[in-house]
Write a protein that binds this ligand. Structure first.
Ligand code: PPE
Length: 309
């Protein structure tokens, strides 16, 4: 089904509306000033059923993002979590991508949005491999963007805010124009930050490095999961400031994200990373991650929240 003839229902402030009726006014605050926060979550079908990956943590992050921007969501976290489950069930999807979004709606314009209504919506649809099917195995080619990630005193990167993605889009456009699959943005000090929609990890001499949260990166839930998996596999993981050239010299690099899952990187700025293929550490971590979501390994972390059907 294409985006044009999508059917099904979208949850909007407590009610289910038809996909095509889930509309807002053009003078809604969000349209003019980007006043939104959102989540990206995946639900995976495996032999145990349909499991939503780290639902609670995603709902927590939505509420945290909303708190930073003074948006009060008039629902309990549990109600939002239940609404997410119901939306998937109602749309009869077994595996899908879930997009909850909270934004300021229609009341008045001007920078101050405090009087505008807070609206929350939840949509679900099927979304395959983010950077292409081949990417998960073969890896992607990335380039350092001339656009920096948000400085900490400009836009808070711990909030997953729609407006942050204007910065991501500039980097993404530039990467496409330069023939790369994805961009990597440096932080305000020139250290490695993150991709337009992914966190990044480097492997050097069996030690795993990832930028610290002080490098203006999103507190990725996949990032957190991969740190746990890597630790449990016996790897040392360091969260720190990473200079750009360390990427060139890494044995392996991979991206993490809900949409991107665990995607290897095979070159940075046209410099081949390691052997130019998915490296052994990446493969080990990727396999463990996919085994958990595919139900092949016991979900010892309790990451999957199964739908009851
Ligand atoms: N950094 C950024 C900038 C980002 O957008 C994401 C997720 C991550 C890191 C990884 O976070 P997490 O999903 O919690 O592991 N990007 C979402 C939106 C992508 C999009 O194109 O839209 C996602 O992966 O769902």
């Amino acid at each position: 089904m294409s985006w044009d003839d999508k059917g099904g229902k979208i949850w909007m402030n407590g009610e289910f509306v038809d996909w095509k009726e889930a509309n807002i006014h053009v003078l809604s605050h969000v349209v003019h000033y980007g006043t939104s926060v959102f989540e990206g979550i995946r639900c995976y079908k495996n032999p145990n059923g349909s499991g939503i990956f780290r639902l609670e943590e995603h709902v927590d992050r939505l509420f945290d993002s909303a708190k930073i921007y003074r948006m009060e969501i008039p629902f309990e976290k549990e109600e939002i979590a239940n609404a997410i489950k119901e939306t998937i069930t109602l749309n009869k999807l077994e595996s899908c991508y879930i997009r909850p979004v909270t934004f300021r709606g229609y009341k008045e314009l001007g920078v101050n949005s405090l009087n505008c209504p807070v609206i929350t919506a939840i949509a679900v649809w099927e979304w395959g491999a983010y950077l292409g099917d081949e990417a998960l195995k073969k890896g992607v080619d990335i380039g350092v963007s001339s656009w920096r990630r948000l400085a900490p005193d400009t836009m808070p990167s711990m909030a997953k805010a729609g407006a942050n993605y204007m910065n991501s889009q500039l980097a993404k456009f530039e990467s496409i124009e330069n023939g790369f699959d994805e961009a990597i943005m440096l932080d305000y000090q020139g250290f490695i930050g993150e991709g337009s929609g992914e966190n990044i990890f480097l492997v050097k001499d069996d030690v795993i490095h990832t930028p610290a949260l002080s490098s203006s990166v999103l507190k990725g839930i996949t990032r957190d999961s991969i740190i746990s998996i890597a630790n449990d596999l016996g790897f040392k993981v360091k969260e720190e400031s990473i200079p750009r050239e360390m990427a060139y010299l890494a044995d392996e690099i991979f991206f993490t994200g809900t949409a991107a899952e665990v995607t290897p990187v095979r070159s940075v700025d046209r410099i081949t990373i390691g052997s130019g293929e998915r490296g052994p550490v990446t493969e080990k971590i990727q396999t463990e991650f996919f085994n958990i979501i595919k139900g092949k390994t016991e979900d010892k972390y309790n990451w999957l929240c199964y739908l009851d059907y």
